[in-house]
Design a protein around this ligand. Structure first.
Ligand code: DGL
Length: 327
């Protein structure tokens, strides 16, 4: 197995189709940043589902449907690989998406779990994530799948998503230098106070590794590190996921043509095109060339399809909110 990029091998085939990534909002851009750094010649399409952000408090069945709907769109625009750059969406919809579509679909939970299992020395690992991700139990299962002797300490920290959204707004309002590292925006006593309160349940856990199990959280890395102290290593799935994408393209000989000038297209499902471009550019640390509003195919089509499939298996989905709203 090689991790070396090999786009210039004379025998290699190439594929200029874009990689698709999506998240409920800006958090997935932390994954895109790593994918773009490792694969700078790849064309990328990113969808931020701002109209329905946050996913964390929603019913898992609704999030599963959003995943089906966005994957359908990304497949329709020709993506060669999809990254579900959201832990909540991965927990709710990765398996279903992999069953429904032919392109490779990568989530962020397994890479995060792998990074944690490879990092810990005392085999005590904490996981912070949204309520939906924690309730699903996917992280504990994935970490124990790597090492059954591991002790996992899951903790829902939904307020961290609010802090990120709030901090990004502050940065846009001029409370921080536009040139400042985005992480610095969050190093504020008020945010640190909230972080200390939220992370208090982990204080006596004895963990030496903490998984940032939400793609929004790498933006809070500095503050979380201050609270947890130097004895706890923070891991996120972004870099590990990018390596997985690289590995898949290597094995499939599906890199973009050498010298390709990459097109990065960004879409938001909300009406917040300008805001999205402004915050997103700060998260990416580079201007977004093109941000557009995206109208997704009507959710009800995919609801019907998913329900038909589940009914065929005798599972049934009584009581599901057909509008896709929060439960
Ligand atoms: N970025 C999402 C995740 O990784 C969380 C934000 C949300 O609640 O929508 O889970």
């Amino acid at each position: 197995m090689t991790m070396e990029p090999n786009p210039h091998n004379a025998a290699a085939a190439f594929d200029d189709a874009p990689i698709g990534l999506f998240d409920s909002g800006y958090g997935g851009l932390t994954v895109l940043r790593e994918v773009a750094a490792l694969l700078p010649e790849e064309n990328i399409v990113f969808v931020g589902d701002s109209a329905r952000c946050p996913y964390g408090p929603r019913d898992q069945r609704d999030v599963d449907r959003f995943v089906q709907q966005i994957c359908r769109h990304l497949v329709d625009v020709g993506c060669k690989l999809i990254v579900i750059a959201c832990n909540t969406a991965t927990a709710a919809g990765l398996a279903h998406a992999q069953q429904a579509f032919d392109v490779p679909i990568v989530g962020v939970v397994e890479p995060g779990a792998r990074a944690a299992a490879h990092t810990t020395r005392n085999r005590r690992v904490g996981v912070i994530a949204t309520q939906g991700t924690i309730d699903s139990g996917v992280y504990a299962a994935a970490i124990k799948h790597m090492d059954a002797g591991m002790s996992v300490f899951p903790l829902a920290t939904p307020r961290f998503v609010d802090i990120v959204e709030h901090g990004l707004r502050l940065s846009a309002d001029g409370a921080a230098e536009p040139s400042a590292d985005i992480a610095e925006v969050f190093v504020q006593p008020a945010f640190e106070e909230v972080a200390r309160e939220c992370l208090a349940p982990l204080a006596t856990s004895g963990i030496d590794t903490l998984v940032l199990g939400c793609t929004h959280f790498p933006l809070l890395r500095e503050v979380i590190a201050r609270v947890m102290g130097p004895g706890v290593t923070l891991v996120s799935s972004a870099e590990e996921t990018a390596r997985d994408v690289h590995e898949i393209l290597t094995r499939r000989r599906a890199f973009a043509q050498p010298g390709n000038r990459p097109v990065r297209a960004f879409y938001t499902t909300g009406d917040d095109v300008e805001e999205f471009a402004c915050f997103g550019s700060r998260v990416l640390d580079t201007p977004m060339d093109k941000v557009e509003h995206l109208e997704l195919p009507p959710l009800v089509h995919w609801v019907d399809r998913a329900e038909r499939a589940q009914e065929a298996e005798g599972a049934g989905t009584a009581g599901v909110n057909r509008e896709g709203g929060a439960a």
